[in-house]
Design a protein around this ligand. Structure first.
Ligand code: ADP
Length: 427
């Protein structure tokens, strides 16, 4: 497109010159005509308006032609500026080289990825701009074969980020050049790795209870059914592993619902935090009694959040259940809700339990992470409770924090946007 415009501009300039030369053969125009042509296309000087008829018609023709030259040049400039702006705004890094691997263009995104100072001087050898064998190999191959190339690689000099690179030729050999476009796929790559690790973790987590269920069922069938001193115990083991499988399946379902980021089925409703805390205590009460753990609660003011009641319940059941599970016999769990002046509710769940080692504090919110697997599993723990808490709380616009002292207890605090009055209409 740009080439067409330049050719058109040249053709117009040549016609202008021809008009001038033809006119000169018959009659000698004043010197302003020569100056007029010399100044084009940067400026358009005045031409003598009055004079012999040849002069007048030549002036008219030259002015008309000059107007067209100006239009063509303006169009070409606009086209070039537009293309440069598009390339500069692109999130993808773009670099073009000539047939001898000299840089002819490099956009800001490319320079930024490799911390190259902009503007990049044209004519530098590729290696002076970017020292990445992968990029050089791709461009060399494209220059040689004239065929496009696509690869995915990690580039150490771009802070180890992952890129999907496409290289394409332009022009014809031997003057063929090549352009490479780099698309940063670090986040996609990370997501893929997380997904693969998650699938591996899920399979691993399922294998243990499944192997146990199968093993004990086979033992029973092989004769242990008649062994009255053990058969009951074996069936109980099978039941506890089946419960664990069930817990894993339902926690995975909750996580997948949260991951799908689908908007909640019901509209947000005003949820009384006090009501939710009381119903959570009822849910966990039996387990707490069984472990001889006392649960106490205080809520400073009546406070409401806008959201789904069952989600806040999921958060608190997980936290209170852990506070009971990882407590000592005769221990205590305190739930406190404080509505702050800056429109937040801070709900803390404190226990007098085993505590969490400081090196594990920032890992306990990872999927399937358990400080002590041997202790968590028999109590039906999946290692998915805290990841669910974190996911729900962040979807509700809040945050969760933990403080812990080994052997003395832990406090989990959830901060959520809240209201002292139930909001009249929550949209
Ligand atoms: P689990 O199903 O094992 O309870 P969670 O994701 O809820 O999984 O918790 C992850 C791990 O964090 C637990 O296995 C436990 O090691 C630790 N943890 C969570 N809450 C507490 C707590 N209140 N006291 C001590 N350790 C805790």
């Amino acid at each position: 497109m740009k080439l067409d415009l330049v050719l058109l501009a040249l053709a117009s300039a040549v016609s202008l010159l021809l008009i001038y030369i033809l006119a000169r053969k018959r009659w000698l125009p004043p010197p302003q005509f020569e100056e007029f042509i010399a100044a084009l296309p940067d400026s358009e000087l005045d031409l003598p308006v009055e004079g012999p008829p040849e002069q007048e018609s030549l002036a008219r023709a030259m002015k008309a032609m000059a107007g067209r030259v100006r239009q063509v040049v303006e169009k070409a400039n606009l086209e070039a500026a537009r293309r440069e702006t598009i390339l500069a705004c692109m999130a993808e890094g773009v670099l073009a080289v000539s047939s001898d691997l000299k840089v002819i263009f490099c956009n800001d995104a490319f320079a930024h990825a490799f911390s190259i100072r902009v503007p990049v001087k044209q004519g530098l050898i590729l290696y002076e701009v970017v020292r990445e064998p992968e990029i050089r190999n791709m461009l060399e191959l494209v220059l040689q074969t004239g065929a496009k190339e696509m690869r995915r690689f990690r580039l150490p000099s771009a802070a180890g980020r992952w890129f999907e690179a496409r290289a394409l030729p332009f022009g014809q050999a031997p003057a063929r050049g090549a352009v490479i476009v780099l698309h940063d796929v670090t986040d996609i790559q990370r997501q893929e790795q997380i997904r693969k690790a998650f699938v591996a973790d899920v399979s691993h987590e399922l294998r243990t209870p499944l192997a146990a269920i199968r093993g004990y069922a086979e033992t029973l069938l092989d004769g242990a059914l008649e062994d009255t001193s053990n058969n009951h115990k074996f069936v109980e083991i099978i039941l506890s592993h089946a419960i664990r499988l069930n817990n894993i399946a339902s926690d995975l379902l909750i996580l997948s619902e949260l991951d799908s980021e689908a908007p909640p089925a019901e509209p947000p409703e005003p949820v009384s935090v006090r009501d939710v805390i009381e119903s959570v205590i009822n849910t966990v009460g039996a387990a707490a009694m069984e472990r001889k753990v006392q649960i106490a609660h205080t809520v400073s003011d009546e406070c409401f959040i806008a959201g789904q009641r069952y989600r806040l319940e999921q958060v608190l059941v997980n936290l209170v259940d852990n506070a009971v599970k990882f407590n000592r016999a005769g221990g205590e769990v305190r739930i406190a809700g404080v509505c702050t002046e800056d429109g937040q509710i801070r709900i803390s769940v404190s226990d007098t339990g085993i505590g969490i080692p400081s090196q594990d504090l920032n890992r306990i919110f990872e999927r399937f992470y358990r400080v002590d697997k041997a202790r968590s599993r028999p109590s039906g723990g999946t290692g998915l409770g805290l990841p669910i808490v974190k996911e729900i709380v962040s979807r509700m616009g809040g945050a969760v924090q933990v403080e812990s002292q080994l052997g003395r207890g832990s406090t989990f605090t959830v901060a959520l946007p809240a209201y002292k009055q139930p909001p009249a209409a929550v949209s």
